[in-house]
Design a protein. Structure first.
Length: 114
């Protein structure tokens, strides 16, 4: 089965404290069904102090994105800029005289390809 949300998709958070925010998917973690969205669910992370080879110090408090569950985000429709469900359809593509069927993701609200 194909993935409904992929890296690079524009998604909107549909539940939780970050509801309504939109961002690009940076990473999809399939083992735990989670996605990392740019600029959403930012948390402070304390890293242990250390030193690099050049002698500069590392560590301290940094702000990073934490993963969200896939069920809490929806793909944004390219036409209406609102969240939509994702569907799949099979299309026949002819390349170099050979016909081949490929699965295409599309936005259910407008029917546009994703």
């Amino acid at each position: 089965m194909g993935a409904k949300i992929k890296k690079g998709d524009l998604v909107q958070v549909i539940s939780g404290k970050e509801r309504g925010k939109q961002g690009k998917v940076l990473k999809v973690i399939t083992e735990s069904s989670r996605v990392l969205v740019e600029g959403v669910n930012r948390v402070t992370k304390h890293t242990k102090a250390g030193q690099t080879e050049s002698g500069s110090t590392t560590g301290g408090i940094e702000v990073v994105e934490a993963p969200l569950h896939v069920s809490n985000v929806a793909v944004v429709d390219p036409e209406t800029k609102k969240p939509t469900r994702v569907g799949f359809r099979e299309e026949t593509v002819e390349k170099n005289g050979v016909s081949k069927t490929v699965r295409v993701r599309f936005a259910k609200a407008s029917g546009k390809d994703l």
